[in-house]
Design a protein around this ligand. Structure first.
Ligand code: SF4
Ligand code: SF4
Length: 87
């Protein structure tokens, strides 16, 4: 699994999550309007979730329906295909 950054990060990008991530898998690019998590590097520790002031970060399985497109966005930003969920 991975954790996913979603829409509310837009316009904030305050980097709080970056400061607590133990494996430095949260990236920022000038061309991105949010920070994004590298799905293959994230170790699912959840430390980033509570420090986000705008509640933008969710476990992949818990991303609300209205933010689902952000899952693909996190994966494709790193040229990764999303793993097919196991039944
Ligand atoms: S869940 Fe942990 S490893 Fe994954 S992005 Fe958040 S802080 Fe980093
Ligand atoms: S803590 Fe939340 S708002 Fe701040 S950069 Fe990370 S995801 Fe974006």
């Amino acid at each position: 699994m991975t954790f996913i950054i979603t829409e509310p990060c837009r316009d904030s990008k305050d980097q709080s999550c970056v400061e607590v991530c133990p494996v430095d898998c949260i990236y920022d690019r000038e061309s991105w309007d949010t920070l994004l998590i590298h799905p293959a590097e994230c170790i699912d520790c959840a430390l980033c979730v509570d420090v986000c002031p705008v509640q933008a970060i969710y476990a992949e399985a818990d991303v609300p329906e209205w933010f689902r497109e952000w899952i693909e966005k996190n994966y494709s930003a790193f040229d990764l295909a999303r793993a097919v969920p196991r039944a």
